[in-house]
Ligand binder design. Sequence first.
Ligand code: GRF
Length: 201
Amino acid sequence: MKRIAVLASGRGSNFQSVIDAIRKGTIPAVCERLVTDNPHAPAIARAQKAGIPVSIVPFGTFGSKERFEQELLSVMQGIDPDLFILAGYMRILGSSVVREFSGKIINIHPALLPSFPGLHAQRQTIAYGAKVSGCTVHFVDEGTDTGPIIMQRCVPVREDDDEYTLAARILRKEHRALVEAVRLFCEGKIRIQGRTVKILI
Ligand code: GRF
């Protein structure tokens, strides 16, 4: 059994899909903690309902990004799981955190990277006029949404889409792609080779 922890800032539907997959036995892991920077995140209630302990590191109370990062790092070191999942965690992780847990942090992003990194990916997609989009699960490195790609899933962009209808279509794929990637990681089937991720079958 692997030990995992999740970082989330908001709604937590991706977090919920991981909780559900663990409960069903699809992901061979124990989720040991939810870490959030947002004391009002709906993800907190999801954790409580599932009996998962929560650490709140509220960004606003630290006065500087450096102090926040220090506290976040020490909370993460205290957990020290096999894998951290960023599931709607809306801040860029500082390099101290990324270096400490290199190869042990994955993120889900609602676009086909390297297109449309950063915030409001679905809005960027619509504004650009792309005809396909999707989601990307990737390892986290020191850039913004630039780490080695584990898995991508596509959706069409329809003529009448706005960022919300597109986001809803992508989200359904996110839930499945994230569970699949976490399952493979927990089964020891993922290898990072430079920029590339190999999936062992
Ligand atoms: C998802 O679209 C995720 O890809 C993005 O933020 C959203 C979070 O949704 N990073 P949820 O909190 O998992 O419901």
